[in-house]
Ligand binder design. Structure first.
Ligand code: AHG
Ligand code: MN
Ligand code: MN
Length: 335
């Protein structure tokens, strides 16, 4: 085995010692989340051999049916994080309200937000799923839901773990994006990419085309022009992918570029979109920007949105710079 392998622990210790040091509590937080993702991966891999498939028979605060793995992943993340002294509180897509760290444990400086299991509809069909997380600094005082209502620009760390053919952890602490692959024999995370860059141009888009008739004009215009291919205004043919797990779609974009969109549409006109700002859009936007990409809601940078509620939704367009800029311009022109 090569001696050049860099583990997640080594990477984090080097970051802690480096010029723009990451604090010890943040290092611990990342290690704990990574360990929790390993446990989630073990549960995911059991599939039909463990009691992990199918519905949990409950609904979350957003009225979505919870799968067993949504609940398991949520519990794994809570249990792993509540006692270490690095957190003041946690908020999750699967919990109505935030959870303050119990009094019996020391209170730390950070707030952790997560989508414990992204792409739930893929669980039972054995297609890629993931975990997404975001870290904020607690601004002091008692921890309440309001403590979490900080814009994405306040994030100090964000990441996701994709449970696919490989289990991969992708991370930013605001100094670029690094990827680690789980070595199952060793049980450790090994760095496999240390400077992820999203190409500025792409010929690949990701959107749920079945909603086309409900889209707003700028989205329809952008996709129509892509579909027109070589003979259309874009002068090139486009390819399409849709995994139905944001983690997997974003991971493809991190790897080879592309644009991902889950825009507002007319099905539920009063909701700004389907995806959640705090657990999905903000952490993914931080990662995408750190890899040289762009993330907007069509009109503004997602990370600059001031959240007003924990479970707030948002329209999302992210990925390769020139494509996201174009569809954002189409929105701004019609404003
Ligand atoms: P979750 O499983 O956490 O509820 O998220 C699913 C999200 C996102 O990951 C994905 O891009 C999108 O929902 C898929 O939605 P459609 O089924 O409408 O395509
Ligand atoms: Mn999700
Ligand atoms: Mn989820």
């Amino acid at each position: 085995m090569s001696t050049k392998r860099i583990s997640l622990t080594q990477y984090l210790i080097e970051q802690q010692r480096g010029e723009a040091q990451i604090p010890a509590q943040l290092r611990l937080l990342i290690e704990v989340v990574a360990r929790a993702c390993k446990r989630i991966a073990i549960n995911v891999n059991k599939g039909a051999l463990g009691d992990v498939l199918g519905s949990a028979g409950s609904e979350n605060v957003q009225g979505e049916v919870q799968k067993k793995l949504d609940v398991i992943a949520n519990e794994v993340l809570i249990e792993a994080n509540e006692w270490g002294g690095h957190l003041a509180g946690m908020a999750s897509e699967e919990m109505d309200d935030m959870l303050a760290v119990p009094n019996r444990y020391p209170q730390g400086e950070y707030l952790l937000l997560f989508d414990p299991l992204d792409g739930s509809s893929n669980i039972d069909i054995n297609v890629s799923i993931g975990t997404i997380f975001s870290v904020l600094k607690h601004q002091g005082g008692p921890v309440t839901n309001e403590s979490f209502l900080q814009p994405g620009t306040a994030q100090v760390c964000a990441g996701y773990c994709v449970y696919g053919p490989q289990t991969t952890l992708v991370l930013t602490v605001g100094k670029g994006v690094v990827m680690f692959t789980l070595d199952r024999e060793q049980g450790s995370w090994v760095m496999t990419e240390d400077n992820v860059r999203i190409p500025e141009d792409t010929k690949e888009f990701a959107i749920n085309m079945s909603n086309m008739r409900h889209w707003a004009t700028p989205v329809k215009r952008y996709i129509d022009e892509c579909l027109a291919g070589k003979d259309g205004p874009r002068g090139k043919d486009f390819n399409m992918r849709w995994v139905a797990a944001m983690v997997a779609d974003v991971h493809r974009i991190m790897t080879r570029g592309g644009i991902f969109m889950y825009p507002w549409d007319k099905r539920e006109p009063n909701k700004p979109g389907k995806l959640r700002l705090m657990y999905e859009a903000n952490p993914m936007s931080f990662l995408v920007e750190q890899a040289g990409g762009v993330a907007t809601n069509g009109l503004q940078r997602i990370m600059e949105i001031q959240p007003t509620q924990l479970h707030e939704r948002v329209s999302v367009m992210l990925g390769s710079r020139n494509e996201v800029d174009l569809v954002t311009r189409y929105h701004q022109e019609l404003k």
